[in-house]
Write a protein that binds this ligand. Structure first.
Ligand code: GUN
Ligand code: FE
Length: 438
């Protein structure tokens, strides 16, 4: 397949590359072979060859091609409550709303119905890769894997481990540390058997919910499993004042250091939120090449602060974006990249007349787009997120409903990212195949 159209891809968090009328050649395995600009010597020949072979797909002039977005933090089971109870503090929201909902996923019909809808919704929002938290139920998590595979969403899925009786309800917890480890290991094998040779087959993820919900034995056991199977790890870190303080009270150190102690900070780890990390914690993550999932909408409700994204990017911490459904109400990374910019300006300028804010906190829309594409891809060590030879063809095609003949390519890029509605995301591709059409 060969796509021809106006494309944008991030170079780094300061720069994008505009590719006018780029010819994007995708091989039969769904990988981008070549990206040619009209000035390239081979362009005309490649164009004509594609046309003759009926492989050419011309993207109309009022549409642009972006890499598909990478969502680093979604709680799949929380989709039915996205947009509910966000005026509650974190602990109350978890205990009164979230745990009762997640417990319902022992009902596989319910799981099927929710996960079918969620996977479709994420693709429709231009998201092509998702790092999912599931529930404690291996079977329901497999249903999520089946739905993802069936609909063509690239996923990584974690069976949530939570066994600390002090911080989890009796109706929704692992009965023991051993039970948590055995269920996690079983799930790894089951998920690995799903869609074995399919390049989109879901990847299992070691998933301690967060430090408060796990006993020491479970944290240690999960660290061993991550090493034994060389798997990605995901959790929450320093999300709120309460969570940050909890680790200090129980261990005398910060939760980032606790995760490190148990072997859970690796170059394949993604930690959500991180708003309360100290500079030392940030340095530890940097040293371990552990990534942060920045969840700007969710952090506004539960984060007790705004993540210093600009500092983290400057220091070369790995950062991507997450919706955190349902701590964040929106399944759209477009909404989140807009909030990431807006909140960075609040951090920069302060919250009142007497508050001078924190200088150099602003990020641009380019940086936000970088987080949603390259940042996420690098956090997961996956060859996606760029329109470039050698990367997998996970793409979205977006309609621009306004004509602004005098604006520059850079201005058009920014405006489209601010103004795109879900209904204008026309086509979504994963591994070179169209998996969604408006
Ligand atoms: N901390 C532990 N569990 C959760 C969760 O489900 N959502 C959020 N936002 N934070 C958490
Ligand atoms: Fe979360």
């Amino acid at each position: 397949k060969v796509l021809v159209g106006n494309a944008y891809t991030a170079i780094d968090h300061h720069q994008i590359k505009f590719l006018p009328q780029a010819l994007i050649e995708i091989d039969s395995s769904g990988v981008i072979d070549r990206v040619l600009e009209p000035t390239a010597p081979d362009y005309q020949a490649a164009y004509q060859a594609a046309q003759q072979a009926h492989l050419l797909e011309k993207v109309p002039a009022d549409q642009v091609i972006f890499p598909g977005f990478v969502d680093l933090h979604v709680h799949a089971p929380q989709w039915p409550q996205a947009g509910l109870a966000l005026d509650k503090p974190l602990a109350a929201w978890l205990n009164d709303y979230t745990f009762p909902l997640e417990a319902k996923y022992q009902d596989l019909d319910f799981a099927r119905q929710v996960y079918h809808e969620l996977v479709h919704e994420l693709l429709a929002q231009g998201t092509t890769t998702v790092l999912f938290f599931g529930t404690i139920h291996p079977e329901a998590n497999l249903v999520l894997g089946e739905e993802s595979l069936h609909q063509g969403l690239r996923t990584l899925i974690g069976r949530v481990a939570m066994d600390n009786p002090d911080q989890t309800p009796a109706y929704y917890r692992d009965s023991s540390s051993q039970a948590a480890i055995v269920a996690t290991e079983t799930f790894i094998h089951q998920l690995n058997d799903l869609g074995k040779d399919n390049p989109l087959s879901p990847i299992p993820v070691i998933t301690p919910r967060f430090v408060p919900s796990c006993t020491d034995a479970t944290l240690a056991g999960l660290g061993r499993l991550a090493r034994k199977y060389d798997l990605p790890v995901q959790s929450h870190v320093s999300e709120s004042n309460w969570e940050h303080q909890y680790a200090i009270d129980r261990f005398g150190i910060h939760d980032a250091a606790v995760l490190d102690h148990f072997g859970l900070l690796t170059s394949r780890t993604v930690l959500a939120h991180a708003t309360q990390l100290t500079p030392e914690d940030q340095a530890l993550l940097r040293q371990r090449k552990t990534a942060i999932a920045h969840c700007p909408i969710s952090n506004a409700y539960f984060g007790n602060g705004v993540l210093p994204v600009n500092d983290l990017l400057a220091a070369k911490n790995r950062v991507g974006l997450g919706t955190d459904i349902s701590g964040g109400y929106s399944p759209s990374l477009y909404d989140n990249l807009r909030h990431a910019v807006a909140l960075s300006q609040v951090r920069n300028d302060g919250i009142s007349r007497d508050d001078e804010g924190i200088a150099n906190s602003r990020i641009s829309m380019v940086a936000s787009f970088y987080l949603a594409t390259v940042g996420g891809a690098e956090a997961l060590n996956l060859p996606v997120g760029r329109i470039q030879a050698g990367k997998i063809a996970d793409l979205q095609v977006v309609k621009d409903r306004f004509k602004r003949p005098t604006e520059t390519a850079q201005e058009r890029f920014e405006r489209i990212l601010y103004q795109t509605h879900r209904s204008e995301i026309m086509q979504v591709y994963t591994q070179g195949d169209q998996v969604y059409q408006a």
